[in-house]
Design a protein around this ligand. Structure first.
Ligand code: FAD
Ligand code: NAD
Length: 463
């Protein structure tokens, strides 16, 4: 079969690219080894984790916040099985949506493991037969997989990856989470809310190191109140099985830390999927971290072979993969696709959520900016107090000389939604003053970001 474009991998990068290519008139096929489309994000990543975060957040609110509203939640209980069933239903519903989009746009679905057999040939093996797809262009969107630790084999029983931690049948008594990044904090929160004693061990001196220190300190304090414990600046060095679980030995400086738990979640990052793909054999070059090297058109070192998403460098985020998908396909079609890597928002969906875009204050200073910074506490925001969501901060970082906004960070309920305003402002090169002069509905939590901008320009209003 002959195609203008064969996409390998049907995650948010691959399926978005296939839709865009078909819309631009390319005869397109998408090769996926798994029965279900949607990739990591839909099947074991973004969506299942958010379904579980939503369920457990409701449960926690019912336990701890309903009383203040005068609502009694006597006899409250949690059925973990029902919660998992709901999560699986959410995945199925969204997967049907992707099937629909493939059909609607006339994208040919090919089930099987894709392997590049030459610059214009993709071989697909579905374990019964191998078929050859001829392609004018190939797009690699094979995503990433869990990184392990050399001394700790992930067995899915006591030593878990995120794939397992989103599918447990009941809340364990105790869990050590290795890694205080996005997965560790999100899935650690899920199980802590259901009564598991969660201990996070993080190698760096602070959790969620992509945010500024004032934000992560406030986040850690709030998570501690929710029962999570932290060992920071601590690296796990060895492990052994016990009768009831695992014993870990970690080091903080020259101090040894011994930890025992029923389950261990390994959440120390992910690595690009390039093995068994035939890409390197076809001449596609990798960088020192094993990511596929691309140029400014997302073309690899082999003309006609492109790559996007988790398999290339940059933050491993679904929205980054999607944006690259559209831009790469536009470039194939001779259009001017681009991705503004300076305005990719980053969110951790804890409670409260934490979200950021652009430079942190520390990065702004490192880059030689004189930073004008405004930090506004949601305790002074009417909607936040009325809704019982007053924990958190909004922060705006602007360049003192030009007033241009360099970055923003928000720790609050719905920070994932609130950050979109800062992303848009930065996309248009907006200033902190622009933000102060933009009318925000009252009372809303979005006013918090405007208040932070008022502080950044030196004209605080409601504080
Ligand atoms: P993937 O989604 O990994 O898709 C790659 C696809 O390629 C897979 O379906 C795979 O089966 C297929 N494939 C691989 N090799 C082959 C082959 N040789 N032949 C055929 N098919 C192949 N990101 C966010 O932005 N927000 C979040 O909230 C978020 N939460 C996450 C939570 C968890 C627990 C995890 C693990 C990740 C989360 N992520 C989140 C990250 C997000 O899932 C990834 O950044 C995103 O899925 C990357 O998309 P992709 O299309 O590049 O790759
Ligand atoms: P991560 O890179 O976000 O965090 C890993 C953490 O583990 C880091 O803080 C690192 O310092 C720490 N670490 C590494 N080795 C360690 C060790 N030996 N001992 C203790 N700590 C150690 O990775 P992740 O949380 O596994 O997530 C994987 C990818 O998935 C990330 O790129 C992330 O962007 C993406 N993801 C995104 C979201 C989201 O957008 N909300 C959610 C989940 C995952």
């Amino acid at each position: 079969m002959d195609f203008d474009l064969v996409v390998i991998g049907a995650g948010p990068g691959g399926y978005t690219a296939a839709i865009k290519a078909a819309q631009l008139g390319m005869k397109t096929a998408i090769v996926e080894k798994d029965q279900a489309l949607g990739g990591t994000c839909l099947n074991v990543g973004c969506i299942p984790s958010k379904a579980l975060l939503s369920s457990t957040e409701l449960y926690r609110e019912a336990q701890h916040s309903f009383g203040a509203h005068g609502i009694s939640a006597d006899g409250l209980s949690m059925d973990v099985g029902a919660m998992m069933k709901r999560k699986d239903g959410v995945i199925r519903k969204m997967a049907r949506g992707i099937d629909y989009l493939m059909n609607k746009n006339g994208v040919e679905r090919v089930l099987g493991l894709g392997c590049i057999a030459g610059p214009n040939v993709v071989e697909v093996d579905d374990s019964k037969k191998t078929q050859c797809l001829k392609a004018k262009r190939i797009l690699i969107a094979t995503g990433s997989r869990v990184t392990g630790l050399p001394f700790l084999e992930i067995d899915g029983e006591t030593v878990l990856s995120s794939d397992h931690a989103i599918a447990l049948g009941q809340a364990p008594e105790s869990m050590v989470v290795i890694g205080g990044g996005a997965i560790g904090l999100e899935l650690g929160s899920v199980w802590a809310r259901l009564g598991t004693a969660v201990t996070v061990v993080e190698f760096l001196p602070r959790i969620a190191a992509m945010f500024d220190e004032d934000i992560t300190q406030a986040l850690q304090k709030l998570l501690k109140k929710q029962g999570l414990q932290f060992h920071l600046g601590t690296g796990v060095e060895s492990a052994g099985k016990t009768e009831g679980g695992v014993r870990l030995t970690a080091a903080r400086g020259d101090k040894k830390v011994e930890l025992e738990a029923e389950k261990v979640l390994v959440a120390v990052g992910r690595k690009p999927n390039t093995e068994g793909l035939g890409a390197t054999e076809a001449g596609v070059e990798l960088d020192e971290r094993g990511c596929i090297k691309i140029d400014d058109k997302w073309q690899t070192s082999v003309p006609g072979i492109y790559a996007i998403g988790d398999v290339v460098a940059g933050p491993m985020l679904a929205h980054k993969a999607e944006q690259e998908a559209v831009a790469a396909v536009e470039r194939m079609a001779g259009l001017a696709g681009r991705v503004n890597y300076g305005t990719i928002p980053s969110v951790i969906y804890t409670s409260p959520e934490v979200a950021a875009v652009g430079l942190t204050e520390a990065e702004a200073l490192e880059k030689g900016h004189e930073a004008a910074v405004g930090v506004f506490p949601f305790q002074a925001n009417g909607r936040a107090v009325a809704g019982g969501h007053a924990d958190g901060l909004a922060k705006v970082i602007a360049d003192k000389a030009t007033d241009r906004v360099l970055g923003a960070q928000i720790l609050s309920a719905n920070a994932s939604e609130l950050i979109a305003e800062a992303v848009l402002l930065m996309e248009f090169g907006g200033s902190a003053e622009d933000l102060t002069r933009t009318i925000h509905a009252h009372p809303t939590m979005s006013e918090g970001l405007r208040e932070a901008a008022h502080i950044a320009v030196g004209e605080p209003l409601h504080i």
